[in-house]
Design a protein around this ligand. Structure first.
Ligand code: ATP
Length: 278
């Protein structure tokens, strides 16, 4: 089945155009049935696992998925559902909560750089350095002059990573106001989800428009050729999982990791050994 419906939404954020995070942009019209989406996602996950092995064998690059999104946008669910098919040996997930006192005494990228995946592996950031131009900006945790300078610092950091073999895929999981409210309410009502409920989520929801402006700025200022942003409509979880899986497969296929061939000298030495082995 062709998945042309996905082409438009998978486009990289164009830094020269307007970026509008409307409620409508949280859904995709004309998507296939859930069953079709689930089996297409499963196929992508199989391909992802093959590519992961080749990435490891090749050893020249790392893949970094940066996941951002408002509360209840599905960051944890995406990691569980999309990355769950990978070999856990080669995947590292790093979550970024409020900085510790020690982290605050360092530059904002210090804690982030330590979590960048080594070559041959896949890393996922559950929130990231973008909180330093999102939460920090909206909650006024640093003066404007400080967070304003960070867009350029982030671009330079991500460029340095790209030049050192890290392929960065940045995804904003975009939920609508209505869907976020429904999910936050579920956290209150479902005993298995109560533990996720935090009063800060309500405070952040009250600042919806400020976050929208901060996200739009981050997307525009930091969608670069070396680390582009993608906005993934995330109101529908099956659509979200399909799109994130596809972005990862596309990024790895573009990289085309190769299995290194056996060194000819080792091959002939081994062949001699095998001749006499018994
Ligand atoms: P999540 O809300 O991501 O699902 P969680 O509920 O477990 O995860 P934590 O991991 O404890 O929460 O922290 C997430 C919170 O940390 C978010 O409110 C986020 O805005 C905040 N945060 C992350 N990085 C920073 C930062 N650099 N400065 C200030 N706040 C930050």
């Amino acid at each position: 089945m062709s998945h042309d419906w996905a082409k438009g939404v998978l486009r990289q954020v164009d830094p020269t155009g307007p970026v509008r995070l409307t409620d409508a942009a949280a859904r995709v019209p004309g998507v296939p049935d859930k069953g079709v989406l689930l089996s297409a996602t499963a196929q992508l996950q199989e391909r992802l696992a093959e590519l992961q092995e080749a990435l490891h064998a090749d050893g020249r690059h790392a893949l970094l998925l940066v996941l951002q999104g408002r509360d209840a946008s599905g960051k944890d669910g995406t990691i569980k559902k999309v990355m769950g098919a990978l070999n856990p040996i080669g995947v590292r997930v790093a979550a970024f909560g409020p900085p510790t006192p020690l982290e605050l005494r360092h530059d904002f990228l210090w804690r982030v750089h330590q979590q960048v995946p080594p070559r041959g592996t896949i890393g996922v950031f559950n929130r990231s350095h973008y909180e330093d131009v999102l939460a920090v900006r909206v909650r006024a945790l640093a003066p404007e002059a400080v967070w304003r300078g960070r867009y350029a610092q982030i671009n330079a950091f991500e460029q340095m990573l790209a030049e050192n073999g890290v392929v960065t895929v940045k995804v904003l999981l975009h939920v609508s106001r209505g869907e976020q409210l429904a999910r936050l309410r579920e956290r209150m009502e479902d005993p298995h989800k109560n533990w996720k409920f935090r009063m800060e989520d309500i405070a952040d929801r009250e600042r919806w428009d400020d976050y929208t402006a901060a996200y739009e700025d981050a997307l525009r200022k930091c969608s670069t050729s070396w680390a582009p942003w993608h906005v993934v409509p995330a109101d529908d979880k099956a659509v979200r999982n399909y799109l994130v899986a596809r972005l990862l497969v596309d990024a790895l296929e573009a990289l085309a990791p190769q299995y290194p061939a056996l060194d000819p000298a080792i091959r002939s030495a081994a062949a001699a050994w095998y001749r006499d082995a018994h």
